[in-house]
Write a protein that binds this ligand. Structure first.
Ligand code: NAD
Length: 296
């Protein structure tokens, strides 16, 4: 039987993908929030590098659907129902992954998001707001806790559980997902902005803390992306940008929205020991210049 070198095999299979430039064969990549829009996309691309991908989500049905798609293409993936806020749930998943694939090499902390209960109706407080307006003074404590916990604790707890097995492993690293909010808060969403600022800070903390045991830690900070979820908020029925979209585009020097696939180069680069072995503690904006622009 003629055996093909691994590189040849995956390059032939996916000529069009960035993943062909990276080889994570047999690495165990754990991705939280992998039933969601961005992390499902990451999981699908990372699987093409030869990695064994564990898709963790509180919504098993969604993670399962993406794991099935990956398996149907001949790559290796498995879905695990996991609540990133429950240590027991994360530990159960860690044990299941260890039995299925081996211990974690690379952790991507993707579970996160905002909540309407932690969002004001208006950008600015005014003297004459109608009483029905949800102002800063009406924000719900439970909504704020939800957002802080999901984004911050939901990154810290999986890191506590999975990084223990990554200590001393060659090529081990962690990628967190920060946001444009971390640099300058966006209007209306104080809890999400604060939580993502905490993620950037925690990324640096982890990078320093694990620097003697071989685990790098970095983050990406995505700019404004169009996805099926937010398309209706950003474009009207004639496909013209809405007022909010117009504001975003005006403040994005490249004058357009990004796409999920444009995050992939940054993720693969930071994950890859061959390219990024001395990169530790950075938060990489992938934003068309948004975070660099003062608006004038
Ligand atoms: P998404 O809502 O599509 O996915 C988030 C996933 O997290 C969902 O599948 C959800 O079920 C899962 N989740 C929620 N609570 C959980 C819990 N307790 N335990 C386990 N899983 C849980 O979001 P997305 O747009 O794919 O965003 C992914 C990450 O990227 C988030 O951290 C988000 O804050 C960040 N981000 C997104 C954008 C963007 O434009 N979409 C921009 C900047 C940062």
């Amino acid at each position: 039987m003629i055996t093909m070198p691994f590189n040849f095999w995956y390059m032939e299979k996916d000529k069009m993908t960035l993943a062909k430039k990276h080889n994570f064969k047999d690495k165990v990549v754990v991705i939280t929030g992998a039933g969601g829009v961005l992390c499902a996309y990451f999981a699908k691309e990372i699987a093409k590098t030869g990695a064994k991908v564990a898709l963790l989500d509180i919504n098993l049905e969604s993670a399962q659907k993406f794991a099935d798609e990956i398996n149907a293409q001949g790559y290796i993936a498995k879905a695990y129902k996991t609540n990133v806020l429950e240590l027991d749930s994360i530990k159960q998943t860690r044990d299941a992954i260890a039995a299925d694939f081996g211990t974690c090499d690379i952790l991507i902390n993707g579970a996160g998001g905002n909540n309407p209960k932690a969002t004001t109706d208006n950008e600015f407080h005014e003297l004459d707001l109608p009483p029905t307006t949800k102002s800063f003074f009406d924000l719900d404590k439970s909504g704020i806790e939800f957002v802080f916990n999901l984004n911050y604790l939901g990154t810290l707890l999986p890191t506590q559980v999975f990084a223990k097995d990554m200590v001393g492993k060659k090529g081990a690293n962690i990628i967190n997902i920060s946001s444009m909010n971390a640099y300058t808060p966006l209007t209306k969403i104080p809890a999400y902005s604060g939580a993502k600022a905490a993620i950037s800070n925690f990324t640096q903390w982890l990078a320093v803390h694990f620097s003697h045991v071989g685990i790098r830690c970095n983050a990406i900070a995505p700019g404004f992306l169009v996805s099926n979820q937010n398309r209706a908020l950003l474009f009207d029925e004639q496909d013209n940008p809405t007022a909010r979209a117009h504001k975003i585009l005006t403040n994005t020097p490249m004058g357009r929205f990004g796409e999920a696939k444009e995050l992939m180069g940054g993720i693969l680069f930071l994950m890859d020991e061959e390219y990024a072995s001395f990169i530790n503690g950075v938060v990489l904006p992938i934003d068309g210049g948004f975070s660099a622009y003062s608006g004038v």
